[in-house]
Design a protein around this ligand. Structure first.
Ligand SMILES: NC(=O)c1ccc[n+]([C@@H]2O[C@H](COP(=O)([O-])OP(=O)(O)OC[C@H]3O[C@@H](n4cnc5c(N)ncnc54)[C@H](O)[C@@H]3O)[C@@H](O)[C@H]2O)c1
Length: 396
């Protein structure tokens, strides 16, 4: 087999911004044959299918019907986070491999059911955390894991968007719905990227999570105010006693030098890592102001090819799916792909724990919320019962 027959479940914003290029204009496109697409939203479905000449007979509103009617090897589930579980489990149980954009799911229970379905079915599951393919983070991970910096003690990560991302008064709107930042928090959209990148470097698990949040800027917006968090600080205690803060938000002035201002420091017993994530080396000065471009993530090349780690991370997962179909994925590679860290389980733990922590906090008169500490062991016990043990005792 030289191509995977792929069905697309969900053709919304992430497909428009990232995956259409992976499917049709990347160095991985020749490995994929886009056989069918499915979305209950007729506009989202037509926008994608019309652009890429997907015939009417291969357009579906139900993923079950698409999977029943079309011969496929894999699907990509591009639905909102809280809707990843059902199509993923259905596809795995139908004998297909599944790729999901980050995060794996919005709850530990859903992530567990997806991972269990993959292990039961013997099919592959891959999660697209694109930062895992950022060459700077890969280098940091390799050196950290060789012991060059000793062990992590303290770390700070930040990832803060321009206000236009969360502001429904901005035209054009970044997200379609005016209540986007009321229904979603910076934790589910941004903290998960940094938590996953951090775990990828230090290869340690969280044992406790506490979150703080601020609702000060968003409620002051006009004419449409937003009852949502501007900023969240998620404090994570790791199994070796290290403490990390992941600070994420979406209220920086729109004059910021990048849509997402982001960076990190990891301070260890024998050295430190200082990651200038939003300064990839291309600094543009025009009449509009100063902007940092990030060609490492997505680069539109002169010949029409789109490259960068936004393409290579999911592309390399598809290479592994194809290798497996051709009997060329080694048992070691497969085992690594299917570990709980690789499948983003611990990142979902941080997501659910931080949101629970905030939900337990009381909002002060000044708009700050200080959550309680959530013990990961208790969260897993409550969400998974007897199955929690397998994650807590999993060897690495
Ligand atoms: N890789 C990244 O950096 C990145 C960036 C943005 C979003 N995401 C992730 O991508 C996923 C999708 O986000 P989005 O911004 O595209 O959301 P979106 O709301 O724009 O699009 C989701 C689409 O899924 C469709 N959908 C819902 N239920 C469906 C079902 N049962 N079957 C088929 N389609 C269904 C919706 O109609 C919608 O068109 C989320 O998990 C999000 O966190 C990842």
């Amino acid at each position: 087999m030289d191509k995977l027959r792929l069905g697309i479940i969900g053709t919304g914003s992430v497909v428009r911004e990232i995956y259409q290029y992976l499917y049709f204009s990347s160095e991985y496109s020749h490995l994929l044959s886009i056989e069918a697409a499915c979305d209950p939203d007729p506009k989202a479905l037509a926008d994608f299918c019309d652009r890429y000449d997907i015939p009417a007979s291969r357009r579906f509103t139900s993923y079950q019907q698409m999977i029943r009617d079309v011969a496929l090897d894999a699907v990509q589930v591009n639905t909102p986070d809280h809707l990843h579980e059902k199509p993923t489990v259905y596809a795995l149980e139908s004998g297909l491999d599944v790729l999901v954009p980050k995060p794996t799911a919005d709850t530990v229970g859903a992530a567990h059911r997806m991972i269990s379905a993959a292990r039961r079915s013997g099919r592959l599951l891959g999660i697209d955390f694109h930062k895992r393919d950022d060459p700077r983070l890969k280098e940091a991970a390799a050196r950290y894991q060789q012991g060059q910096y000793g062990q992590v003690q303290s770390s700070i990560w930040y990832m803060i968007d321009k206000l236009l991302v969360a502001d429904p008064n901005h035209s054009p709107r970044f997200f379609a719905s005016p209540d986007f930042a009321e229904k979603n928090s910076p934790i589910s959209f941004l903290t998960v990227h940094m938590a996953d990148a951090f775990f990828g470097i230090v290869n340690l698990r969280p044992v406790a999570v506490r979150a703080h949040g601020w609702k000060q800027k968003l409620p002051s917006l006009s004419p449409i105010p937003v009852n949502g968090y501007d900023l969240c600080d998620t404090e994570i205690t790791l199994e070796n006693g290290a403490v990390a803060h992941i600070v994420t938000g979406w209220h920086l002035p729109n004059t910021a030098h990048a849509t997402t201002v982001q960076s990190a420091r990891i301070i260890c017993t024998d050295g430190m890592i200082d990651l200038g994530i939003d300064t990839p080396g291309y600094h543009e000065l025009t009449s509009e102001g100063i902007v940092e471009r990030n060609p490492l993530f997505r680069n539109f090349e002169a010949d029409g090819t789109v490259t960068g780690y936004g393409m290579s991370r999911p592309g390399r997962l598809y290479q592994k799916f194809l290798a497996d179909r051709n009997g060329k994925l080694s048992p070691e590679q497969r085992e690594r792909m299917m570990s709980s860290v690789e499948l983003g389980f611990w990142t979902t733990v941080v997501l659910e724990a931080a949101e629970r922590s905030l939900a337990c906090g009381q909002q002060t008169a000044s708009g700050s919320v200080h959550g309680t500490t959530i013990q990961v062991k208790d969260l897993l016990q409550e969400a998974l019962g007897d199955s929690a043990k397998a994650y807590l005792e999993e060897s690495r």
